[in-house]
Write a protein that binds this ligand. Sequence first.
Ligand SMILES: C[C@H](O)[C@H](O)[C@H]1CNC2=NC(N)=NC(=O)C2=N1
Length: 98
Amino acid sequence: MKHIKLSDSAIEKKLENLQDWDFYDDALHTDFEFDNFKDCMSAMNRIAFECEALNHHPEWTNVYNTLDITLTTHDADGVTELDFKLAEAINKIVEVEE
Ligand SMILES: C[C@H](O)[C@H](O)[C@H]1CNC2=NC(N)=NC(=O)C2=N1
């Protein structure tokens, strides 16, 4: 299914209901800090399974107990509903992990 790039105003509106994420450089961004490396890696593992289920993958950086995530839909060259779907799933996982 082709995903359509959302307009900036649609993104800003949807962000009102998406805690902890920002929109800039045509992508959704967030960063998390965990108690330790193990908890961070555990969350990354759980997120990875969700990415596979959605066939939608993040650009992310882990440094010790921190995790920076960038979401964009490469096929649409911008942010789509899929990015929000994955961001919501990530928030649910991290809320549990942290
Ligand atoms: C072939 C494969 O289904 C596509 O490359 C998927 C994989 N994961 C993806 N992830 C993201 N973030 N954007 C995509 O367009 C995308 N496309």
